[in-house]
Unconditional design. Structure first.
Length: 296
């Protein structure tokens, strides 16, 4: 591949579009700069998650960093080495992935994978049918202290507790749109294989209990108005704690994206991403059923 990979970004309704571009080619301290990628093209579209005035501001910021705006997906993709689907509205993820799945370009699809599990499965089916390299993740699964905690607790965790923010979605599910961060930390900690979910909502947010075989258990707290993330991983007498304070989350994520583009190996398997989606769907179903236990 070229020494500096050319990236096309789809979506201006998320702050990630500008934040990622700044770390690649903006005016940031040297220790925050991610080398080897450059955002060349971008495109926008109306979204309930960002007014047109806000998108105007983001477009101006991108253009000041050398990004060219394009009107269509084919125009945006021409000459690119990879695409970032930076679309804040999960309901649009499948629609836009359908447009790029057959272009022969590797794709990072920013969290969450989709608006729901059936649409997430359809994205995976399209990727496999077209031979498209794709992965999706939240930056929160790459908290450095989380990686250290996993290394400290050897073997499958017996118990896990994770906590983080639950923002208010402009459309669709709060849990899927913003709770994905917490759910990603949970699956990163516990691995795949969850069998049931029970969730309750109150004024402070949502608490979900996720059960696994062999009496393993995880608790996820999706908290309103609290933007610190962290948790505990436990196996026997080994206990390790982590949080995101002092970390550089977007930098961590962009390093993983660059690794993916260099090696062709996704840092997060799609099966794991589908489990994240399945747990979030089950949280929603449990709340709708008054806290009933939902089998996965």
């Amino acid at each position: 591949m070229a020494s500096e990979l050319k990236i096309g970004i789809i979506g201006l309704d998320t702050s990630h579009t500008v934040a990622f571009t700044k770390l690649l080619q903006g005016d940031v301290p040297a220790e925050q700069k991610v080398e080897g990628m450059r955002v060349v093209n971008a495109m926008r579209f109306p979204s309930p998650f960002q007014a047109e005035e806000g998108q105007d501001e983001r477009q101006a910021q991108l253009e000041a960093m050398g990004v060219t705006m394009k009107a269509t997906v084919p125009e945006l993709a021409e000459g690119m080495d990879a695409l970032f689907l930076e679309i804040n509205d999960p309901a649009l993820h499948l629609e836009f992935f359908e447009q790029v799945a057959g272009l022969g370009l590797p794709i990072f699809l920013d969290k969450p994978l989709a608006a729901n599990l059936p649409e997430g499965k359809r994205i995976v089916e399209l990727a496999e049918a077209n031979g498209t390299s794709i992965w999706s993740a939240s930056s929160l699964r790459f908290i450095r202290k989380l990686a250290a905690a996993k290394a400290e607790v050897v073997g499958p965790p017996k118990f896990c507790n994770v906590f983080g923010a639950l923002g208010k979605a402009s459309a669709g599910s709060d849990v899927v749109w913003y709770g994905v961060h917490v759910t990603e930390m949970l699956v990163a900690s516990m691995g795949v294989g969850a069998v049931s979910v029970t969730a309750r909502e109150d004024d402070n947010g949502v608490v979900a209990i996720v059960n696994y075989p062999e009496e393993r258990r995880a608790v996820a707290e999706y908290n309103r108005g609290c933007y610190t993330y962290g948790g505990r991983i436990q196996a026997g007498s080994a206990v390790a704690y982590f949080d995101n304070r002092g970390d550089v989350l977007y930098y961590n994520l962009l390093l993983k994206i660059k690794e993916f583009l260099d090696t062709g190996v996704a840092p997060v398997p799609l099966a794991e991403t589908l489990e994240v989606q399945a747990i979030m769907d089950a949280v929603e179903s449990s709340m709708a059923a008054g806290g009933a236990t939902i089998q996965l």
